[in-house]
Design a protein around this ligand. Sequence first.
Ligand code: ADP
Ligand code: ZN
Ligand code: ZN
Length: 730
Amino acid sequence: MEKLYAGVIVDVRAEAVNRIFQYAIPERYRATIEIGHRVLVPFGRRKLEGYVVELTDELEVEKERLRSILKPLDPEPAILPSLVELARWMGETYAGLFSEALQYMLPPARRYGRERVGVKTAQLVTLLEPEPQLRKNAWVQRRVVEVLQARGGRLLAPELLALAETSTSTLRALAERGIIALEDVRVERKVEVEPLPDPQLVLTARQHEAVATILAELEGERRPVLLHGVTGSGKTEVYLQVIAEVLRRGRQAIVLVPEIALTPQMLGRFAARFPDRVTVLHSALSLGERFDQWCKIREGRVDVVIGARSAVFAPLPRLGLIILDEEHERTYKQEEGSIRYQTREVAIKRCQLTGGQVVLGSATPAVESYHRALQGQYILAELPERVESRPLPKIEVVDMREEFAQGNRSMFSRRLREELEDLVGTERQAIILLNRRGFANFVLCRECGEVLDCPNCQVSLTYHKGVNRLKCHYCLHQEVLPQKCPRCASRYLRQFGVGTEQLEETLAQEFPELKTLRLDADTTRRKGAHSAILRQFAQGQAQVLIGTQMVAKGLDFPQVTLVGVLAADLSLRFPDIRSSERTFQLLTQVAGRSGRGELPGLVIVQAYEPGHFAIEAARSHDYLGFYRKEIGFRRALGYPPFRQLTRILCSGPQTEAEEACRRIAAHLLARGIPQVDLVGPFPAPIGRIQGRYRWQVLVKSDGPLQGLGELPSAGGDVQVTVDLDPLYML
Ligand code: ADP
Ligand code: ZN
Ligand code: ZN
């Protein structure tokens, strides 16, 4: 095929231009222009940037209307061809803009033509004369020369100036005399990954089998493999061995982790196993650091990329494997912008396009994933035991209403307190998780479990100690703390959810002997703080690690024998079809942090609804039992994986939002698609945020919902968001 015409997506965020425009490729650029090239094109009376997404020799527009590409904007294509295809698929699948999907494929900090960061340059100073003649009193110049001599005659200016304690004017003077040369060079913002000791492990029989299953698939049909391994079963070692094999074949790997919280330990192990071949991409890096890592990846200078969600787009040119560790985690769902993708699906699509293998690992697979594995869409590999036959920890569930009835007013149950006392004076460690997902300092009735809600927004009110008031974080509502519970009139209304901070204080009061560390959003804000806290805990500088969900996953500390969970079941109150699943996963994951070394583990779970099946199944380490119950509910209610759920949310001024939502619903009904049911339109559970009213319609369909791109336009100030398989319904 001759490259005569190019299909171009213009780099503009607008529904109106969300289609491919054809341009002629001038003769002189036919050899250079490729798919993924950034180009300048005439558009109406303007010039716009765009990306080449198709090349063809067939003219598709009227000859008179055909215009030509003005020029390519970079020597090399900006985007790999397989990633252009992936973007096209994302735009179609998630009913978003092709141009927006392409932004994910670009270097960090470049969005819609705006470049906030680029390569970093610095002045390189080279000594031209090894023994230059300097005036006697030119002390400063001499110092510069001496530093250069000591450093082999070459140094970057900033370092040289610091060592010689002088300024650029000295360098200019020396350069003018021909003693040194100055040139601008590119410097890389390095991201150091500290290797951890890497024990050369002999695979257990189970691990061996899992590796074999994955490699067989990699050589065969390349169906995704679901690695279902209980906590502490050695999934990481399986990943490492599979990656080693992929690298031996000259291909490359991406390892996705749900949160930066998981990376320090895992990164260390990977860095040790594959020296100089591993890099990391995540939002805790500066933009410049991310940019340089991205370039390194694009240039093929690293082979293993570890990162959070968006690393699925890392431009490895020879990609052969994508691993999603803790594949069930909700952070794998993109929740912003017009393209709300599910990383698992993107990874699978990307591997289809590049001939790669996907491995999904988890101790608590998403119900959808396990269902697909049972259906044969995925291949199941299982690690049902911990390595070295270590037992799974024993889990005890404490009913906190009972504790209260028996006069225990503290936030710790008697059992947890006993176990904490037992810890004093030993080398053993504990983790305490405060489950407060979506809840911050809300007020709970200790007798009946009632939570005080905002009358306007249906979310729990937040207690502000300083002013002794309850406030809604979604609207302006505030009120004084009532004396009695509005439901049962009990006087034991307590600010619950407390913060981890308060938990830390209480612990310090009750157990002054136990040194604590705290891991939450507040203590990890500073760069590097997160890994520093984990390092201190690993070194035994504290006996108790307190934290939010951050402490639940991935951590591997052999000295941890006790895990306490406070308010284990509050996540069950979330208005969400996955709240049971999340509660089960959270409990299983955090329990899995205990007893990973030689010593056996114990978990104490404090709950207000201890009989719930999710808690029951977690207590008995019964994933399958949980799955069977949950899949039954999903089938009965027509929820995923049986039917697809799409949420269409309209937000804006009251009547407009409602009308737009009704119009969209009517449009979907009028199309008369038989396998589609609508729930709503109705106001979203959080009916109003910052003065904007929110209406939604839930669409249940058998298979993907077609034609989402042709919804009637909302008009006015109404914003429409289409969310496929939404994780949140709020
Ligand atoms: P998971 O990710 O499945 O929870 P990890 O991969 O963190 O489990 O492994 C748990 C622990 O078992 C780690 O300390 C790891 O070093 C150890 N381990 C893994 N595989 C083996 C093995 N084959 N022999 C001995 N120890 C192992
Ligand atoms: Zn009450
Ligand atoms: Zn409110």
